[in-house]
Write a protein that binds this ligand. Sequence first.
Ligand SMILES: [Zn+2]
Length: 420
Amino acid sequence: MTLLIRGASQVATPTGHRARRGADLGRLKLHSPAVVRCDGGRIAFVGDPAEHDRSFPEPDVVLDAAGGCVLPGFVDPHTHPAWAGSREDEFNRRLRGATYMDIARAGGGINATVRATRGATHDQLLATTLARLDTFLEHGTTTIEAKSGYGLDLETEFRLLEVIRDADRLHPVDLHPTCLAAHEVPPEHRDDPECYVRRLIDEIHPTIAASSLAEAVDVFCEQGVFDLSQTRRLLADAPRYGWRIHLHADELSPLGGAELAVELGALSADHLVHVSQAGILALAASDTVAVLLPGTSFFLRSSYAPARAMVEAGCAVAVATDCNPGSSPTQSMPTILALACLGMGLTIEEAVTAATLNAAAAIGRADEIGSLEVGKRADLVVLGAPTYHHLVYHYGVNQIRHVVKDGRVVVRDGRRTHEI
Ligand SMILES: [Zn+2]
């Protein structure tokens, strides 16, 4: 099937097949006026309407952009989309002054989500995950990285990864699964965390690797969770399992997670609120993408990662929602773009690249998605506004009018058109 997007005021996109950095991070290619032709799920043409009409036959379907701006579909390279339960009461207690420890002592925090998730069936988890994916899609996200991590035992981690696999098959949004069984030490191992580390290495990781349910692995490397040497042991078998590496690094303290991620050749080091100067330099000299999560800083009312310093140093910076029930329960990449600019000091152009091409690089897919160029997958959004600036300028309002995934219109006039 061929689809032609006509009537766009502009097409704005980063270009290339790898992460952009330094001054290149903020360089978008603008086509104006422009059409985008999709053929067989791939982009066949981007550019001048008259040139298109001279070179191509009539398309099967035309989508009228009605003067809107066309951008690549957002890639969200750090999400925890599969869980049960909800923690809005805890959030409200936190607003009234309760500390993380107060909440943990009252049975809240991640343990509350783990309890609810262990008690949920596959079908219950699948239904809530699919509903969340609808919201991702309505806000312009066409691909996500999807972590397990609310089971913390073999059976439930397995179930979560099966839910992520089934959601990927059923839903237009593409999910790239990551095993995050090393998200936290579960309550039953609190007195002997080392026992859980051994269980992860000897039982949970090998069993999940044998199932091919994950393409990457992640560890929460943090004081009081998994320290540097435990993280190193937890990731030692990743190459043998064919797993790429993501790392929750330097979120709460400068532990050296960024340096370790670089040393291990990780696809991404994520959070980085407390990254050291040495960590910034190590990232800048590597292909490891710095995935920044400004929604988490905003929601926890804590400090933001030093994005400006990282861009100036030459790090490949991406942004993500961190969608999860405790510290960032949002699926909205446009909100993350606004926070990347207003909270972390990125320019709008840098934020767009960080949410598309660099985000694709953070999951190892920059050759396939993240920009609007001939040969790439036809994943794009049409805004109800004439320029990409409005994404951030008109913050807090969903301006995604249409979404195209694999060359098919999956959101039209703000409404999903796919059925599950
Ligand atoms: Zn996370």
